[in-house]
Design a protein around this ligand. Structure first.
Ligand code: GLC
Length: 673
């Protein structure tokens, strides 16, 4: 990677940089004099130790605390377990001195309520506070479209729909409300936003991106970071959380058929030049780091294989010293913490000891090493890293750098002063006000692709409505992955409105609903057929990806295959409604473009890309019936056929069905009462 002059560091950054220098020196002195571990004060001591003194600058508190820590305590801080690992015995947090715990997708307290979440996190926090130095926990979740794990949270449109709004202020507002609902229920760290640039729509994580251009990922990703963290110095507030720019980098650039294991695209290999990688994959990170001060970065499972070096030597991002240490921390000046992805180091070459050594020395600071159902997990990580330090294969300076970054985040989050959940905003979880913002976002995210005979907007009083299609009345499908469970599910039910609910509330005439269009279709009816995908996450959403059952809600039934095509049932419903109703609108609820064959399109009057709207389906009806105008624009190119993938704006011989940025507009209509 070519180097650039280091940026002019702002005060926050200078402070953190000073931490690294001061800490390194002080730790070396203490280690040399054998003064490594200094007793913490007994409870209620008159004079708090420097690290316990909030009036001191963060870098001084970090240096003081680091100087008191044993190597065991330091390595414990670099370790993250999963909720399941410690749910039955929270004392394990103290036994191992864990620095962090996460809830993976669907990993919820038994009673999935806001209070139970806050109680759970506080129980874990109390265990951490009982350790010798009383270092509080970071608790992380994937609140990627609202606090989706929590039943009752406001579930906002997934990022691809927000990309269609082109509205950074709205994205910032949504992220702030997400932070509020998340922090009020305990977690202080959000593994979001994905600033991925999705280049191949066959990728199962396309919907987690804001779109196919670095510009969208940079602008809207930056707005999301600001909404989550607030301005520098606001992280200790009860409506802010630590953000994570992910997945660093090139997660959306991987080639077809290079996926990891059963995946066809996800976690695969990006075969690019350094120049192209910098233009597409790295582009969102300078702003995320320098302008938005993102507190953490998560490397990608994927690999890079430099074309100019001669292909055939893919390097996993979790092993890349060049990209994590030299570029991210060196050239870009990132001084937050680098968190590994879920057991990602187990994909690196070599045995576990080699994997740990490689990734720690590449610059990863905190390791997501759940044991859950596997044999090797957080306990072995700690033992292995202690061995590596004892053998001199990982330098104590690397350990001290990692731990300083982790402690800095904890001080900035105010966890030493207020470790337990501040519940003042608990009653805002899923509130009417939050849902109103989500509904507005849904309306702004809808993209009107075709509108023959000015079919839309519909007049609520003019005609009866006939609603069909698999996704008209399924809130699990319209919410998508990362909702209640990791993969999401068609049977997942959350509070909110389906698209059908919205249509029934917006229309002033009779509404007939028949998913398969088997009921009689009145000739004068306005037909609306809501088609699309079933939920998925990560590589399970890859076209041709695995189909094994996963979540408890799957009941052992294999997951539906993802094809980017309409199902046979939806195709038939479209044909029936369009043949008989007065007008025919198709609404596509999906995490990405779907293939719409010419024969089908020729029968349809209007087509709307609805993406994954989340809990507030009324926002779709708002634009269908003219309460809101259509303003959305495609965040990704809409292909004519699967054979065109990957297809992106700027490609040579670019000939999509609908181009990046396409979107017809309508005007808001005044409804005579
Ligand atoms: C997953 C995802 C990552 C997520 C993490 C924790 O595998 O790749 O985006 O933050 O694990 O759930």
């Amino acid at each position: 990677m070519s180097t650039k002059e280091s940026p002019q560091l702002d005060p926050i950054r200078r402070g953190r940089r000073r931490t690294a220098a001061l800490v390194g020196g002080l730790a070396a002195v203490l280690a040399a004099t054998g003064l490594g571990a200094v007793e913490a004060p007994s409870a209620g001591a008159a004079d708090p130790l420097p690290y316990q003194n909030p009036s001191l600058p963060t870098h001084q508190r970090v240096a003081d605390l680091l100087g008191r820590m044993t190597i065991q305590e330091k390595v414990g801080q670099m370790t993250q377990a999963e909720r399941i690992d410690v749910a039955a015995d929270a004392s394990l947090i103290a036994t191992y001195g864990l620095g962090s715990v996460l809830s993976g997708g669907g990993s919820t307290p038994t009673e999935n309520t806001p209070e139970a979440w806050a109680d759970m996190v506080d129980d874990f926090q109390r265990a951490a506070l009982g350790t010798r130095l009383g270092i509080p926990l970071l608790y992380g979740v994937d609140a990627v479209h609202g606090h989706g794990n929590l039943n009752g949270a406001t579930v906002f449109p997934h990022n691809i729909g927000l990309g269609a709004t082109r509205d950074p202020d709205l994205v910032r507002r949504i992220a702030h409300l997400t932070a509020k609902e998340t922090r009020a229920t305990g977690p202080n760290w959000n593994f979001s936003p994905c600033v991925c640039v999705a280049r191949d729509d066959r990728w199962g994580r396309t919907y987690e991106s804001f779109g196919e251009t670095p510009r969208l990922a940079t602008r809207l990703g930056g707005a999301a970071i600001d909404g989550l963290q607030g301005r520098p110095g606001q992280l200790d507030r009860p409506d802010r959380v630590l953000a994570t720019a992910k997945h660093y980098a090139g997660d959306g650039l991987t080639d077809w058929d290079t996926g990891e294991g059963d995946y066809t695209v996800d976690q695969g290999i990006a075969r690019v030049s350094r120049r192209e990688f910098r233009r597409l994959a790295l582009a969102p990170y300078p702003a995320a780091v320098r302008k938005h001060h993102v507190g953490s970065v998560m490397p990608s499972f994927s690999s890079v294989d430099w074309t100019e070096d001669g292909l055939g030597n893919p390097v996993k991002m979790h092993a890349s010293t060049e990209l994590i240490t030299d570029v991210l921390k060196g050239e870009l000046g990132f001084d937050g913490l680098v968190i590994s992805d879920w057991r990602a180091i187990h994909q690196l070459p070599g045995d576990y000891r080699t994997q740990v050594e490689t990734s720690v020395n590449a610059g990863v600071d905190l390791f997501m090493e759940p044991t859950t159902t596997n044999t090797v997990g957080y306990q072995q990580f700690i033992e292995t890293l202690l061995d590596l330090v004892a053998d001199g294969e990982v330098a104590t300076s690397r350990i001290d750098d990692a731990v300083s970054r982790i402690l800095t985040a904890k001080f900035e989050l105010g966890l030493f002063e207020k470790p337990l959940t501040d519940r003042r905003h608990l009653d805002t979880v899923g509130s009417r006000a939050h849902r109103a913002v989500a509904r507005q976002a849904v309306a702004e995210s809808q993209v009107l692709l075709t509108n023959r005979r000015r079919t839309l907007p519909l007049q609520p009083k003019r005609q009866p409505v006939y609603v069909a299609g698999s996704n008209a009345d399924n809130i699990g499908n319209q919410a998508g992955g990362w909702t209640l469970t990791w993969q999401g599910g068609s049977t997942n039910v959350i509070p909110g409105d389906t698209i059908l609910d919205g249509i029934e509330k917006a229309s002033k005439r009779a509404v007939v609903h028949s998913a398969t269009a088997s009921k009689p279709i009145p000739r004068q009816a306005a037909g609306i057929v809501v088609v699309g995908e079933t939920p998925y996450a990560e590589g399970f959403g890859d076209v041709g990806g695995p189909r094994w059952a996963y979540d408890p809600g799957d009941n052992g039934v294999p997951r539906p295959a993802q094809t980017m095509q309409l199902s046979e049932a939806d195709t038939q419903a479209v044909e029936r409604v369009c043949a008989q109703a007065r007008s025919c609108t198709v609404v596509v609820v999906s995490g990405r473009p779907l293939i719409l064959p010419r024969r089908l399109r020729s029968q349809v009057d209007a087509i709307v890309a609805s993406w994954l709207p989340g809990s507030e389906g009324r926002g779709v009806a708002d634009v269908l019936f003219g309460q809101q105008p259509f303003t959305g624009r495609l965040p990704v190119t809409w292909p004519r056929s699967l054979a065109q993938e990957p297809i992106n704006v700027g490609d040579r011989d670019y000939d999509p069905l609908f181009a990046y940025g396409h979107g017809l507009t309508t005007r808001k209509i005044r409804h005579r009462r």
